[in-house]
Ligand binder design. Sequence first.
Ligand code: ATP
Ligand code: MG
Length: 263
Amino acid sequence: MIIISIGNLKGGVGKSFTAAQMGYQLTQKHDATALLLENDKQGNLAKFFGTYNRNGICPAAKLLMGLNTAEEVIQETDYPGLDIISANMSLLTASMDLQQDMTEEQCRRFESLKYAVNKKGRPYDYVIIDNPPDIGLNVINALAITNDVIVPIKIDQWALEGMDIMTGQISQMKAINPDIRFMGALVTMYKNNVTNAAGVEWLKKHDVKLFDTFIRYSDKAAESTLFQKPIQEYSPRSGTARSYRQFVQEYIEKIELERLLEV
Ligand SMILES: Nc1ncnc2c1ncn2[C@@H]1O[C@H](COP(=O)(O)OP(=O)(O)OP(=O)(O)O)[C@@H](O)[C@H]1O
Ligand SMILES: [Mg+2]
């Protein structure tokens, strides 16, 4: 099992979109199983997959409060092999409750995700955590079990704002989670114009570790979320769909190569 955290302190950079597309692509096209943990009170992922419930304590909050194990709160999506643990506003209260008395135990509330099995009794190949644009204790809990951190970034004047805090946090987490690493920044909503090209040059000059694939901007992306359809189904020939296919392929090849080198 590989646990991936999608994170960036900046809002609206494509974190949730990336989590949803990776989940879809890995399970529907690469024959893997995946569990999405929505670690964001906004509930965007749950709304997208139709598992959102605005009332009561959400499954993600139950996990964070230590009321349930991951397996007890897993919900199925319409896509075979792709399950989800959804959130709503109650995740905020759960996270604030933890804040009052931070102990190491309180950073290990997501531990049961590592051992979660699906309805068929099989461990998941991937757990993908969609994080909010902040670093609350729920995010610390996510980083405590994460292998690979992927940071979506949107090219603008402040693209790298908060990146040092994020990478600093990853280094700090190594004390309790030696397996964590910064896998790379993923350029999202890339447009073929001078500004974006200059932005990428700037990132490279500043030694930002980037994935080779850039996710293309297209109007179809926002439309697809309105229609609650993964971009691969809504508009498979759009630049956004093509680039997510390429990105997932790049990610898989990277981890497979590393596995080979380890042996
Ligand atoms: N490649 C793309 N092209 C065009 N629009 C996109 C693309 N990716 C995402 N979007 C749109 O950008 C908006 C923000 O995306 P998303 O919700 O994934 O960001 P986020 O980083 O999760 O935001 P938040 O920090 O609020 O959680 C959404 O409306 C989404 O549909
Ligand atoms: Mg989001």
